[in-house]
Write a protein of this length. Structure first.
Length: 358
């Protein structure tokens, strides 16, 4: 079992990495002493892991309720949020109770936002079940829902009491979802730790290789990178913005296609776009662009979408939370493991995307 502490000014917490649920009650017990636990999950994860989790949590709580939402990005909505509020009201959930988010990024985001806003905030913990959630979205306290097709437009910063990662749940994760999680590891490597990319190149020859021999160390390394960045900038005012690398374009593509493509797939395309912008502005060499395309291809990730209308992507970026006035701030690479903020005017961006092979 591995653990690391996220040290924040007011709400630090631990990330525990284990190979089963057997220690979750022992981890929660010193942190919480209410009467009711509400587990929020989805209709795929719930069938697999709700019962074993309830069995463990019943050691410290006799009143446990569960709320199940449909799997997929469509559940990250205000309609789902309202149903959660109604459910908690019906169960007389109060400020002393606990929400447990059992699932991937969608469940973690919507459950976390419900926790942040119900009765002005009740305790919650993250139990992430996808690789993407385990190494990225469960760490750092960003919680949100989508609105009118735009990603994470309504949200907050609300830290969990605990992140409990059970690596054994990855054995039931579809390969496509697993590969999407690897994209966030690529992001971490490109913004902060070039050696992680080399590590992936050596050990992630296929999904099963990583699952069998290196997964706990891999998750720990990624959580450590994310935690160290969050510790320096909890509210996204400075260095934490580098975690947006690949996401400005990625989120725009997600919304444009109605979430037909997975988050990780869109971010992979966003990474390529960021490298191509860096080449265009002479911030990085063509060789580094070729290298990152080869890395993403070796992981079975997409580099482009045939027929993608980049003008439509730019129009969506205009409404993105990262767009200020007539400029967009991109996180662009200047080397493997090093990135900078770079402002691009919207007019210039349209011209670049229209004329350059992004």
């Amino acid at each position: 079992m591995n653990r690391l502490k996220v040290n924040l000014a007011q709400s630090g917490y631990e990330i525990v990495i284990h190979d089963n649920f057997s220690e979750i009650s022992n981890e929660i017990k010193p942190l919480w002493s209410g009467e009711k636990i509400i587990i929020i999950t989805d209709d795929i994860v719930g069938k697999l892991y709700l019962c074993p989790l309830v069995s463990e949590l019943s050691k410290i709580c006799s009143v446990i309720y569960s709320f199940t939402l449909p799997n997929g990005e469509g559940s990250k909505s205000i309609e789902t949020l309202n149903r959660i509020y109604d459910f908690m009201l019906s169960k007389r959930v109060d400020r002393s109770d606990l929400i447990v988010a059992l699932g991937g990024g969608v469940v973690g985001d919507v459950a976390g936002y419900a926790a942040a806003t119900y009765l002005r905030g009740i305790a919650f913990i993250q139990v992430p079940t996808t690789l993407l959630a385990q190494i990225d979205s469960s760490v750092g306290g960003k919680v949100a829902i989508n609105y009118q097709g735009y990603k994470n437009m309504i949200g907050s910063y609300y830290q969990p009491l605990l992140v409990y990662i059970n690596i054994s749940v990855l054995k039931t994760l579809p390969e496509r979802e697993f590969k999407c999680g690897l994209v966030e590891a690529v992001v971490h490597a490109l913004i902060a730790d070039a050696s992680l990319l080399q590590y992936m190149h050596e050990y992630v020859k296929d999904v099963d290789t990583l699952k069998q021999c290196k997964i706990e160390e891999f998750i720990y390394r990624n959580c450590k990178i994310k935690a160290e960045i969050v510790e320096k900038d909890e509210k996204d005012k400075g260095i934490r913005k580098i975690l947006n690398f690949g996401h400005t374009v990625g989120h725009a593509i997600e919304g444009l296609y109605g979430y037909e493509y997975k988050h990780g797939e869109c971010v992979a395309i966003g990474i390529v776009a960021a490298f191509k912008l860096s080449v265009y502005f002479k911030l990085i060499s063509e060789e580094k662009l070729c290298y990152i395309k080869a890395v993403l291809s070796s992981l079975g990730l997409p580099l482009h979408i045939d027929g993608l209308n980049w003008i439509s992507v730019v129009k969506r970026i205009v409404f993105d939370k990262k767009a200020l006035s007539d400029k967009v701030t991109f996180i662009l690479p200047i080397d493997i493991g090093k990135v900078i903020d770079y402002e691009v005017s919207l007019d210039n961006l349209e011209n670049i995307f229209s004329s350059y092979d992004i």
